[in-house]
Design a protein around this ligand. Structure first.
Ligand SMILES: NC(=O)c1ccc[n+]([C@@H]2O[C@H](COP(=O)([O-])OP(=O)(O)OC[C@H]3O[C@@H](n4cnc5c(N)ncnc54)[C@H](O)[C@@H]3O)[C@@H](O)[C@H]2O)c1
Length: 333
C-alpha cells in the first residue's frame, strides 16, 4: 500500500507517520508538508530513510495531483491549527484548511483514491456544563475562524462523497496531547515554561473543559477507520478525558513537585469555548476501538518526561512563541 500523509511534519501527523513506519513496515509512506512554522522536519529524523518527504503546499494542484495519482490512500492532517493565530490572521486558515482540502478532494476524485479527513470536535462549538457530549449527529456550530475553516472542509468532504462518489471518511477528534506538539499549544507551553522556571499561564479562570486524548490513541483510531470505516461516515474520536484547564495546570505543577496553585491567570481568548466532550460510542461499538491511555495523569507524566528529554527539539521555537503571546496582548491578571 502506498500512503500519502499530508501534514506529516506536524504534531499529530508526525506521530502518525512514526507509528505507521514502525507498526506497518510494508506500507510506503510519502509525506507532503509545507513546513510552515508548525512543521518540524526533525520530528521525522529517526525514520527519515524509511519515508519519502516532499516539501510542498496542499493548495498546489499540480503537485497534489501527481502525489495523489501515485497513492492508494490519503490521510489528510495538514492544517493551520492554532485558534489564537486564526483570530489574528484568518486568511491562512481559509487558504490551507478550505482551499487545501478542496485541492485534495479534486485529486482523489480524479484518481479514485481512498481519502481520510482529519477534523476536530471544535466544529461543534461549545457545550453547556450539563449538556450531553457531541455525537456524529450534533449540528455544526463553529466559534472561531479555525473551527469555521475546519467545519467548511468537513462539509466539502461530505459533498464530494455524495455528489461525486469519493471514497472518504471523516474523524472529529478532541484535544490531543503527547510528544512532538508545538510549544505554542496549551500543555507543551506550560511544561516548557516550568522547565524554564517560568510560572504556568492560565487563560481566564481556567474553567474551560477539554476532552483530552493521547495522540497515539487518536492515531490508532484513524488507522481503524481507514481500514474498517464505512465510506461517507463521520466518526468521533475521544477517550472520556474531560478535565478543566485549571486542573491540567495543577496536575502539571504537581508532576514538577511544585505547589499546584503556583500559576498566573492571563487575559482570556475572545470567544473561548467553554466545554468540549466527545461521545465515541460509534467508533467503539462499530469498529471496536478502545484507547490505551485510559489514565490521563500517567500519559501527562510521560509527556512531561518526553519534553524534558527533547529540549533540542522544542528549544528553537520557544522564545518566538512567548514573544508572539506578549505581542498579542497577553497580560497577567
Ligand atoms: N491538535 C489537536 O489537539 C487536534 C485535535 C483534533 C483535530 N486536530 C486536527 O489534526 C490535524 C493535525 O493537527 P496538528 O495539531 O498536528 O497540527 P500542527 O499545526 O502541529 O501541524 C500541521 C502541519 O501541517 C503543515 N501544513 C500547514 N499548512 C500546510 C499547507 N498549506 N500545505 C502543506 N502542509 C501544511 C504544517 O507544516 C504542519 O506540519 C489538523 O487537521 C487539526 O485540525 C488537531
Amino acid at each position: 500500500m502506498r500512503l500519502l500523509i499530508t501534514g506529516g511534519a506536524g504534531f499529530i501527523g508526525a506521530n502518525f507517520v512514526r507509528q505507521t513506519v514502525v507498526e506497518r513496515p510494508d506500507i510506503r509512506v510519502v509525506v507532503l508538508d509545507a513546513l510552515t512554522y508548525a512543521g518540524n522536519r526533525a520530528s521525522l529524523d529517526s525514520i527519515a530513510d524509511r519515508i519519502e518527504f516532499v516539501r510542498g503546499d496542499i493548495t498546489d494542484a499540480e503537485l497534489v495531483d501527481r502525489l495523489v495519482g501515485g497513492a492508494d490512500a490519503v490521510v489528510h492532517f495538514a492544517a493551520e491549527s492554532h485558534n489564537d493565530n486564526s483570530l489574528a490572521r484568518p486568511w491562512p486558515f481559509v487558504q490551507t484548511n478550505i482551499v487545501g482540502t478542496y485541492t485534495l478532494l479534486e485529486a482523489v476524485r480524479r484518481h479514485d483514491v481512498r481519502y481520510h479527513h482529519i477534523s476536530t470536535d471544535e466544529v461543534y462549538g461549545d457545550l453547556a456544563a450539563a449538556a450531553p457530549a457531541f455525537t456524529e449527529n450534533t449540528p455544526y456550530n463553529p466559534s472561531s475562524p479555525y473551527s469555521a475553516s475546519k467545519a467548511s472542509s468537513d462539509m466539502l468532504v461530505r459533498a464530494w462523497v455524495r455528489s461525486f462518489g469519493v471514497r472518504a471518511t471523516i474523524s472529529n477528534c478532541s484535544n490531543n496531547y503527547g510528544p512532538y506538539q508545538h510549544v505554542e499549544k496549551f500543555i507543551p507551553r506550560q511544561i516548557t515554561n516550568l522547565i524554564d522556571g517560568v510560572r504556568p499561564r492560565l487563560y481566564g479562570a481556567g474553567n474551560q473543559i477539554r476532552d483530552w486524548i493521547h495522540v497515539e490513541d487518536h492515531n490508532r483510531a484513524v488507522w481503524t477507520i481507514l481500514e474498517f470505516g464505512r465510506i461517507g461516515q463521520t466518526y468521533l474520536i475521544g477517550a472520556n478525558g474531560e478535565l478543566d484547564n485549571k486542573s491540567v495546570v495543577q496536575l502539571i505543577l504537581t508532576e514538577f513537585g511544585r505547589d499546584p496553585d503556583d500559576f498566573d491567570h492571563v487575559t482570556d481568548r475572545p470567544g473561548h469555548d467553554r466545554r468540549y466532550a466527545i461521545d465515541a460510542s460509534l467508533l467503539r461499538t462499530e469498529l471496536g476501538w478502545e484507547p490505551r491511555y485510559a489514565d490521563f495523569r500517567a500519559g501527562l507524566a510521560a509527556t512531561i518526561g518526553w519534553y524534558r528529554e527533547h529540549e533540542t527539539w522544542w528549544r528553537p521555537g520557544k522564545a518566538d512563541v512567548e514573544t508572539a503571546y506578549a505581542q498579542a496582548g497577553e497580560r497577567v491578571l
